[in-house]
Design a protein around this ligand. Structure first.
Ligand SMILES: NC(=O)c1ccc[n+]([C@@H]2O[C@H](COP(=O)([O-])OP(=O)(O)OC[C@H]3O[C@@H](n4cnc5c(N)ncnc54)[C@H](OP(=O)(O)O)[C@@H]3O)[C@@H](O)[C@H]2O)c1
Length: 276
């Protein structure tokens, strides 16, 4: 049981973060500082859930979260570093800010949390849980930037485990496609076809908390993920077929985006005609 703990969950208002929080709330004596940008969306819980609004893609946001944690907890026993977002796109543009933004949220913020948490613990015991992704082990077309942010986290956790003092334990979670807002925000509100298999966020939340109970270093919520990964490694044509299917999804997505743009251009032409 994960019980009687002071816990921070980021990205707590929806999807995987919310499911992790729901699991933790159901266990005795946990107090949760629940963070996201719009904490007014975190409703229906008791006094043991403290909503907090902050933008975790900024230093100020992460600092503010730790300051709030210092006010409400003596010590953070578990920190779920989960907030994150994808881009789903054909990567063919020059836009420094857009590239930086996804790294700020999914990578820089998460790495900064590590140092902040280590200093907060000051030798006391704690556990840092990173939601990485299956995409942090296998990148797919359409997710070049997103996968890059997750591969970076995979590398970071690998190196830092051999540096970190013994009082800080690290667990990493590798969900496959999960039915959350992820597939709404990624394509800017346009329909995305998730890579298969697809899981419910509740299943992921349960698997994560079970993994933490067992003090696992790596948590794979989808039971078919590791066998599939193994199969693809020993049988490259299987991997190639899988990637081809994802390429088809990206092609259809790009066609929709282009049709939309053409639609906008056609509408503008039509409006001009009407005005004449
Ligand atoms: N869904 C999947 O298929 C999948 C698969 C593998 C890994 N993951 C990872 O799982 C994590 C959670 O994603 P999800 O699928 O649960 O997506 P989600 O339903 O969109 O949840 C994202 C959460 O992060 C918060 N958030 C977004 N930007 C933020 C910011 N700048 N500062 C603070 N909070 C922010 C959102 O709340 P606000 O909008 O109010 O800020 C929300 O609570 C992410 O790290 C994602 O990469 C997801």
């Amino acid at each position: 049981m994960v019980s009687h703990k002071n816990i921070v969950v980021t990205g707590a208002s929806s999807g995987i973060g919310k499911s992790i929080m729901d699991e933790l709330v159901a266990q005795e004596g946990n107090r949760i500082l629940a963070a996201c940008r719009r904490a007014d969306k975190i409703t229906g819980y008791g006094d043991n859930v403290i909503p907090f609004s902050c933008d975790l893609s900024t230093k100020e946001g992460v600092d503010a979260l730790f300051a709030r944690a210092g006010e409400v907890f003596d010590k953070i026993d578990i920190f779920f570093c989960n907030a994150g977002a994808p881009y789903y796109e054909r990567f063919d543009y020059e836009d420094w800010d857009r590239i930086s933004h996804i790294f700020d949220l999914n990578t820089v913020g998460h790495i900064y949390v590590y140092s902040k948490y280590l200093h907060h613990l000051d030798g006391r015991e704690g556990r840092l849980v990173y939601t990485i992704s299956a995409m942090g082990e296998m990148a797919l077309p359409g997710y070049a930037l997103y996968a890059a942010t997750k591969f970076a986290m995979k590398g970071f956790q690998q190196a830092i485990r051999d540096e970190t003092p013994k009082n800080l334990q690290i667990s990493c979670v590798y969900p496959v496609s999960t039915r959350t807002n992820f597939f709404n925000v990624g394509g800017g509100g346009r329909k995305m076809e998730p890579p298969f298999p697809v899981q419910a966020p509740e299943k992921v939340g349960k698997a994560v908390v079970k993994g933490i109970e067992k003090l696992k270093k790596h948590i794979y919520p989808c039971p078919v993920y590791l066998p599939s990964k193994y199969l693809m490694n020993i049988l490259p044509p299987v991997k190639s077929l899988y990637v081809q299917a994802q390429k088809g999804k990206l092609r259809r997505f790009v066609r929709r985006v282009e049709a939309e743009k053409e639609g906008v251009v056609e509408n503008i032409k039509l409006e001009r005609e009407i005005r004449k």
